[in-house]
Design a protein around this ligand. Structure first.
Ligand code: BG6
Length: 466
């Protein structure tokens, strides 16, 4: 049995720059939705930390990239922070200091032989766009985004091949403020808000894709979803149906539209049942259609699976709304979970990759996967993170099986994360990195963890050491 990954498979890591950089207002950067977000603590969360500090990556990015180079990375995903380039979002002119910063970052990566994979929106919409326009609940914000993408795509067209238009675009319906800078109006129905932000975010993706291709037709562009497959809680047929509905509306809808260039029937019927219509005009729909013809690959993040039990609702249309808007998902009794209640399910991962590939037939790029742990440096100055090694190992083996046994085409694996930074809930204690970041008092010292050396070996052997 072959143990190596397919030739050309890329190895590396991924970060979200708002969670790592700190230096919130340095060099003309504007406040963004992540900086501004009022955190409601997630299960297991203890601290809320300062985004102005984070990992001090803004000042130490060269050192961080040096660690990636030594580890053997061939690709690295990061986000160009929107509010560094257009601090208020509606500015006519970009902030040159912000552009110059990412220029230096990209140059450093290229020098290190690492392929940059650039994400365009990753919790970084300028806070002003939320305050003044209500983010992607407002069609006008798509135009501001398009202007922003024009600047970024033109600037980096000769240096960046791989692009991701919008981080975890499907989560906009569950985390609208952080992902799309939008807040549901008090009088608005769940279905209507869901529809507005789905339509506008899809248009934003489509415009970004076409803009990138305008500057570089050879660029490889993808949208991105967070795929958290939801399985039926039991084998009862209603649970199975609820799981299908949940996965369609909460995850796959985004790729369904991006791949086909149209809204699928299950979505159109949902609109009809809620007395709604697609919130876009014909020109916008045509933009979505055109973009679908040029989608190159499928970027996904995967952390866990969940389960769902069918709600007790007899009216079939109301059942769909209840599944989408009011039914909690829980961890399967067959999976272990981490401290924050996230299931650990590598077999679910293999199936998730197969699902995506079999539904759309395009190569899948895993651009996030990892395990959060609470960690400390021991008396020998080391961080021993065996649980993280086990997590990545099990997921990489599952991935290799998806490729070599199931025939799923995979572009690469970008682990979450090359180094520690704040969680999406602004908690530094929730660490994902292969490199430990010490506190500000200890000058943000970088300490490679045991997993760093393990990953180095995996990359060196192209997966054979697993
Ligand atoms: C993804 C996001 O949802 O999950 C990241 O793209 C995030 O930005 C990651 O950090 C892990 O989630 P969390 O909440 O533990 O930080």
């Amino acid at each position: 049995m072959l143990k190596k990954f397919p030739e050309g498979f890329m190895w590396g890591g991924a970060v979200s720059n708002v969670q790592a950089e700190g230096s919130n207002l340095t060099d003309g950067k504007g406040w963004n939705v992540y900086d501004a977000l009022e955190i409601k603590k997630e299960t297991g969360q203890v601290d809320i930390d300062d985004t102005n500090i984070a990992s001090n990556h803004y000042r130490q990015f060269e050192e961080d990239i040096e660690y990636m180079k030594q580890c053997g990375y061939t690709a690295y995903r990061f986000s160009v922070v929107w509010s560094r380039i257009h601090p208020n979002g509606d500015d006519e002119q970009p902030n040159e200091l912000g552009l110059a910063y990412y220029d230096r970052m990209i140059d450093k990566l290229l020098e290190a032989g690492i392929q940059p994979v650039v994400s365009l929106v990753h919790f970084d919409m300028p806070a002003n766009l939320l305050k003044k326009y209500n983010g992607l609940a407002n069609r006008q914000v798509v135009d501001f985004f398009e202007r922003h993408v024009n600047v970024v795509a033109e600037r980096f067209k000769d240096k960046v091949k791989y692009w991701i238009t919008y981080n975890e675009i499907n989560t906009i319906t569950g985390h609208a403020e952080l992902v799309g800078g939008a807040i549901k109006g008090e009088q608005e129905t769940d279905a209507s808000f869901f529809n507005t932000i789905t339509c506008n975010s899809q248009l934003a993706h489509a415009k970004a894709l076409l803009t990138i291709k305008k500057y570089n037709p050879d660029a490889w562009v993808s949208g991105m979803i967070a795929y958290t497959p939801v399985n039926p809680r039991t084998s009862k047929p209603r649970d199975v149906l609820a799981a299908q509905i949940f996965n369609n509306f909460k995850s796959l809808i985004s790729f369904d539209i991006m791949n086909t260039g149209k809204f699928p029937n299950y979505y159109l019927n949902f609109l009809n049942n809620n007395k709604l219509a697609i919130a876009l005009n014909d020109t916008d729909l045509n933009t979505i259609k055109e973009a679908s013809k040029q989608l190159d690959y499928l970027a996904v993040s995967y952390y866990q699976t969940r389960t769902i039990a069918a709600p007790e609702v007899s009216d079939e249309a109301a059942f769909i709304n209840a599944v989408i808007f009011n039914t909690p998902t829980v961890v399967s009794e067959h999976s272990k979970a981490n401290n924050w209640g996230w299931a650990i399910d590598p077999v679910g991962y293999r199936k998730a990759l197969n699902d995506i590939y079999q539904r759309y037939g395009k190569p899948v790029f895993v651009v996030e996967n990892g395990l959060a742990l609470v960690e400390e440096v021991n008396e020998n100055g080391e961080v021993i993170d065996d649980a993280r090694i086990q997590y990545h190992k099990d997921h990489l083996i599952a991935m290799r099986d998806a490729a070599l046994i199931d025939g799923t085409e995979l572009l690469g694996y970008l682990a979450w994360a090359p180094f520690d930074f704040l969680s999406s809930h602004k908690e530094m204690r929730k660490r994902y990195g292969f490199v430990y970041i010490d506190s500000q008092e200890n000058n943000f010292k970088r300490i490679p963890k045991k997993s760093y050396y393990w990953y180095q070996d995996v990359i060196k052997t192209h997966g054979e050491s697993l």
